[in-house]
Write a protein that binds this ligand. Structure first.
Ligand code: NAG
Ligand code: NAG
Ligand code: NAG
Ligand code: NAG
Ligand code: NAG
Ligand code: NAG
Length: 435
């Protein structure tokens, strides 16, 4: 009996342990950048409560099933060679490489870093004709085409370490060919204003759609759409109709298969904008609000990221715009998932509901809908949850015992820290865009 009990405790503890270490805790942030490579969504850098330019690299595996309350983040132990925020990144068309481009970097020796997601290695690529005045270019978004050509409009040169301020905006379009590893710079025609904090969405037609952001003269209007043709390297305008989209910066955009661009979030000054979520039909050039959903709706966010994976728009992190009153900002450490077919926000993410049902011979992968499971697997799950819960309680109560020992010391340290932080932020001021 004793042995049996020991065995049980051993299993419970090791189970709990493996359950606990399965996911890494990621600090809330904004101004990070993200890229999809096959089923993995990678995140790089950003500003957090502890640093203005993080060198964090982590990912979430989208081939797994998960609930947004327990996100299976994996931190890549080798961080970036530099800390960076307000950068942009692109995945090569063959999914072998991610290029991290620009941003406020803690080292200004170069502006492009290359990440190999298989071997988890960072290198500095040699780029023919690279224009070193691009170093530290930030508040940009790159678009990459199917041949690996990358287009980067405008941007500013505000230096690393600053999270506020107005800098020069560059009247140029930079072209980085990731296949031939060459760089070139186009100056803009006089009737095209550059931008910062915009979104760039490449359509299958080869047009890049620039939405929102800030030009040297004003906030860009959403009914007056700037378009770059990657085939002729020329610029044009499109007037969009439909509902009025309040001008904003730091929003996100994804393109769905049927040619809709879905924008989310962003801010005007420190304020939340309306509507938070909108759709531009790029066939008819009409703006609309696809959903007035009230369930699982994320907070209003700025400088978050958005990626489209299958039918899901995956929003990650960002500054909680609606709560901005004074620093320290509230940064989200969450992911929010929008189903672009049903136009609803969902709380669980799984392979089965992505329109590719698979029969995996007895093992149910349909965690989103317990009621359609067969009885055996439901019972199994309940037992599993009970075991995990008991294990967690056992594990946590042993932690509590140790934690109590240090409690008094920690309280002291925290008090000191709090007063230092509030001293620091009392000294900060705002500009019209708060980054
Ligand atoms: C690369 O990954 C993306 C994102 O999942 C996927 O859509 C695309 O088909 C992949 N491309 C290749 C060549 O595997
Ligand atoms: C490099 O960039 C600077 C500043 O944007 C620009 O003035 C210059 O013409 C560029 N040089 C080349 C060779 O493109
Ligand atoms: C972060 O940015 C703020 C505002 O620009 C600045 O006051 C602070 O010193 C920066 N912190 C670091 C660690 O660079
Ligand atoms: C875009 O439209 C504006 C007026 O709304 C005009 O001044 C500008 O010349 C146009 N730009 C291009 C590239 O057509
Ligand atoms: C959501 O509400 C707006 C008005 O606030 C309306 O224009 C829009 O059509 C609504 N969208 C849906 C899908 O009901
Ligand atoms: C951050 O969020 C907390 C909890 O929601 C709230 O009490 C606090 O006022 C927020 N801080 C700011 C600066 O908005």
């Amino acid at each position: 009996m004793n042995n049996f009990q020991n065995l049980c405790i051993y299993f419970i503890l090791s189970f709990t342990y493996s359950f606990v270490i399965c996911q890494d805790i990621i600090e809330g942030r904004s101004q990070h950048t993200s890229a999809l490579i096959n089923d993995k969504l990678y995140f790089f850098g950003g500003v957090t409560q502890t640093t203005n330019s993080s060198n964090d690299v982590f990912y979430i595996d989208l081939s797994s099933t998960f609930d947004i309350s327990t996100l299976p983040f994996k931190q890549v132990s080798i961080g970036m060679l530099v800390g960076v925020n307000l950068a942009t990144c692109v995945s090569s068309p063959d999914n072998s490489t991610i290029f991290l481009i620009g941003g406020r970097m803690t080292s200004t020796s170069t502006a492009v870093y290359k990440f190999d997601p298989i071997n988890l290695q960072w290198t500095i690529p040699m780029i023919n004709g690279f224009n070193s005045s691009f170093i530290n270019r930030n508040e940009i978004q790159a678009a990459i085409d199917s041949k690996g050509k990358t287009y980067i409009l405008g941007g500013t040169e505000i230096k690393t370490g600053n999270t506020v301020g107005n800098g020069n905006i560059f009247y140029e379009m930079n072209l980085f060919d990731t296949t031939s590893m060459t760089w070139s710079t186009l100056t803009l025609p006089t009737d095209v204003l550059p931008r910062i904090d915009y979104t760039a969405t490449l359509l299958p037609t080869g047009f890049i759609i620039y939405l929102g952001g800030i030009t040297p003269s004003n906030f860009a209007k959403f009914n007056d759409i700037l378009i770059f043709d990657t085939k002729s390297l020329s610029w044009s305008n499109k007037t969009a109709s439909g509902i009025t989209i309040q001008a904003r910066y730091g929003h996100s955009a994804v393109l769905t298969k049927n040619g809709n661009i879905i924008i989310f979030g962003g801010a005007s000054g420190t304020k939340q904008v309306s509507p938070d979520l909108a759709v531009l039909n790029t066939n008819a050039w009409i703006w609309s609000i696809p959903s007035n959903a009230t369930v699982n709706v994320p907070p209003s966010l700025t400088f978050h990221t958005a990626n489209l994976y299958k039918i899901y728009m995956i929003i990650a992190f960002g500054r909680k715009t609606s709560q901005v009153v004074v620093k320290p900002y509230n940064y989200s450490n969450n992911i929010y998932i929008f189903n672009t077919e049903t136009y609803s926000w969902v709380s669980s993410f799984n392979e089965v509901s992505q329109g590719t049902p698979t029969n995996k011979g007895g093992t149910s992968t349909n965690q989103g809908d317990l009621s359609t499971d067969n009885g055996n697997s439901s019972t199994y799950k309940i037992i599993l949850y009970v075991v995990i819960s008991i294990g967690c309680i056992a594990f946590l109560s042993s932690l509590v015992v140790y934690y109590k020992k240090y409690y008094r010391n920690r309280t002291k340290i925290e008090k000191n820290l709090m007063s230092e932080v509030s001293d620091l932020h009392d000294k900060e001021r705002y500009s019209n865009r708060v980054i």
